[in-house]
Design a protein around this ligand. Sequence first.
Ligand code: PAF
Length: 280
Amino acid sequence: MKIVETPLEMQEWALKKRGQGEKIALVPTMGALHEGHLSLLKEGKRLADHLVLSIFVNPLQFAPDEDFKEYPRNLDADLKKAESCHVDIVFYPKAKDLYPKDFQISVAVDILSQFLCGQRRPEHFKGVVTVVLKLFNIVQPHVALFGQKDYQQLRIVQQMVQDLNLPIQIKPMPIVREDDGLAISSRNRYLSPAERQAALSISLSLAKAQRLVDEGTENVEAILKAVSATLYETKKVKIDYITLCDPKSLESLSHLKLPALLAIACFIGTTRLIDNCILR
Ligand code: PAF
């Protein structure tokens, strides 16, 4: 496994491999690798001749009051995990190389960023897709893998690939959960034991919604009410949003139309967690 730090070296390697007709898979991450990332890496290895993992905590996608400084960074542990998944190249760029002083061009997202997390984090997705486009240009992947836990991110990346005619296959990957249902996230490590226990109400509330749909409930209000009641049962959860929306446009549904995306963001203490499921 090789570590490459400069965009130029990474791009030269990628263009050479492409020229030789070899296939490249990219798993873009901000490090702090967990089982969710490892599932992407294992699938990436299966899909291509070369597997590239990028690790870069992207300052552009954090607002000034967010956890950019505190975001967990542990390169040594990440490298061990990467090695165990047979990563070929770890691309580990420096911020000054991705964003030189005169950096000024970014990708704007018109509609998809107005919903869900975009309401609270208005500049977030612009930062995400700008760095993702840069990573695509540098790593030149044939396929890139994204987890469905960050569903809105996945949808916006898919839309960028479509709208900007990028010759890249986006492979969505299922949410990986702990045995008790908690969606795995780098931010789970911020939770105290009591908060972690409270966080279980998130996956429980998603399951509750699916049960209601299975039983024939079609009333969107009733589903949302049941979800918030389940979340509030623990008294430790502050809901940011609960949305039942169209999985492609992300527009809220007033009448249930399946499949529908049920997405939740909430604070447990100071930690903001997101989770979702597709109701069928
Ligand atoms: O999901 C993430 O870890 C980040 O948003 C990504 C896609 C690596 C861009 O910085």
